[in-house]
Design a protein around this ligand. Structure first.
Ligand code: ARG
Length: 475
């Protein structure tokens, strides 16, 4: 069924209809469409466009339709153009021609963007909740590794020793920013476009604020042309997912490297690994690899929407039908990926001995020597040179920095006195870094406690929103 045709001599060519048809992918907006229709129905009754009796019939039909859609009893047909026309057909089938009254005072232009925004409100909250689970998995692993000293890397080369819990908990911090972006998205975008009509507002919808609040938004948008044109909310959602995807890919990359035979830092649980069809010994980190791989798709989806939006005239253009698939794809993929990645992180077994084994190799204590001299007011440029000489000496002698003797140190520079010894070991190097962000066990332990508090706040915020929306028909 099409929602237009009165002024046309012929029906659409098959090729035209095939191109136009979006119901195959926008059908998932059906619960939102019903919800918006119900709110709109009360507008129509208030404006005496629909009588109370007819209103009751339409409402009953919409409720029945909602349950038939849920159970799969009502489905779209090959003739339906999009979710809007399919639902209107269903409504008229259920309550007769009076159902057609629902179309007054609204347009598919404000309808589609309202449905889409509601979809994103619900699904970004679901994303935030899944990310929270991943943060909790990292926090738990961090708590278990406060006593493990690891080599820290820059350029994938040994740099300075660190507390391994800090290496793990850095992911929690990045992921908390992703969740924060979702809350920030909600603050900015939770305004209803409904009531914009085709573009100019509607003489029948007098109170878009009220409809907006009834739909779970904070209110209505301020300009009807902007309201039907705005897809910033979709692009922002895709950015949130792309950025999160980049974080997930970095987690993936780390687990791939750490689970290699050469590193042997982590054993991925069998439940989150796969084997090879030809090499019986293989255990592959596929979850981590898919995390790395899917980030490409998330970035692609963001790019594809931005390119669709670029230079498009304001108000509705059919190009806008291209806005939904990238968003649905990113949300779907993310909601498949996150539980698997969380499971992998939560069940991973870290090989503490192996992680610590190489922490002091690669001359990772060289900065301690330079800092020691700088604290004796030797200019850092000179201190750096002297520490470099110590490294050169050790390299030639085939020893590590903590193995150098007191005499040898004094020979290299008279300021390299015995008290350097206390710093020239892993514990010394780590425990001297005491600022809140630094790697001492105490700092990291306090940071992890703080992370646990923050995630409790995040969960409370998510359930506050979910509770607020739980009365909605769509939920
Ligand atoms: N299927 C369309 C979309 O996804 C719905 C809106 C169509 N509006 C219109 N004026 N043709 O954007």
């Amino acid at each position: 069924m099409t929602l237009w045709g009165g002024r046309f001599e012929s029906s659409p060519a098959q090729a035209m209809a095939a191109l136009s048809r979006s119901v195959g992918f926008d059908w998932r907006l059906a619960p939102y469409e019903i919800e918006v229709n119900l709110v709109h129905l009360s507008n129509l009754i208030e404006q005496s466009i629909v009588t109370k009796d007819d209103g009751a019939k339409i409402k009953a039909a919409l409720m029945e339709l909602a349950s038939d859609i849920g159970s799969g009893k009502f489905k779209y047909t090959p003739e339906d153009e999009d979710v809007h026309s399919a639902i209107e057909r269903g409504l008229i089938e259920k309550c007769g021609p009076v159902g057609g009254a629902i179309r007054a005072g609204r347009s598919r232009n404000d309808l589609v963007v309202t449905d889409f925004k509601l979809y994103l409100v619900d699904h970004l909250l679901e994303v935030a909740s899944e990310v929270s689970n991943l943060v909790k998995a990292f926090n738990a692993q961090s708590e278990k590794h406060l006593d493990v000293i690891a080599p820290g890397f820059t350029h994938t080369q040994h740099a300075q020793p660190i507390t391994f819990a800090q290496e793990l908990s850095k992911h929690s911090h990045a992921l908390l920013r992703d969740i924060d972006r979702v809350f920030d998205w909600l603050d900015r975008n939770n305004l209803s476009p409904f009531g914009a009509g085709a573009l100019a507002g509607s003489s029948i919808q007098k109170d878009p604020e009220k409809s907006g609040v009834a739909l779970g938004f904070n209110g209505a948008m301020a300009n009807s042309i902007d309201a039907v044109s705005d897809r910033d909310f979709a692009a922002e959602a895709l950015f949130i997912i792309a950025m999160l995807g980049v974080h997930l890919s970095r987690i993936g990359e780390e687990f791939i490297l750490w689970s290699s035979t050469e590193f042997n830092w982590v054993a991925i649980d069998d439940a989150y690994a796969t084997g090879s069809s030809i090499m019986p010994q293989k255990k592959n980190a596929d979850v981590a690899e898919l995390a790395r791989g899917k980030s490409g798709r998330f970035i692609g989806n963001l790019t594809s929407l931005l390119v669709v939006l670029k230079a498009m005239p304001f108000a509705y253009n059919r190009d806008l039908q291209e806005d939904k698939e990238p968003v649905f794809d990113s949300v779907d993929q993310l909601l498949i990926l996150l539980p698997a990645l969380t499971g992998m992180v939560a069940t991973a077994k870290f090989n503490k001995a192996q992680i610590s084994k190489t922490a002091s190799s690669g001359f990772s204590l060289a900065t301690e020597i330079a800092d020691f001299l700088a604290k004796k007011q030797i200019p850092f440029s000179i201190a750096h040179e002297v520490a470099g000489e110590c490294v050169k000496f050790c390299e030639k002698s085939g020893i590590e920095l903590h193995e150098i003797t007191d005499d040898q140190l004094l020979k290299i520079h008279p300021a390299l006195t015995k008290d350097l010894r206390a710093l020239l070991n892993l514990e010394g190097a780590i425990s001297s870094r005491t600022s809140a962000m630094a790697t001492s066990k105490k700092s990291v332990s306090q940071a992890v406690t703080q992370l646990n508090k923050e995630i409790t706040k995040v969960d409370a915020e998510i359930s506050k929103h979910q509770k607020r929306l739980s009365g909605m028909i769509r939920s």
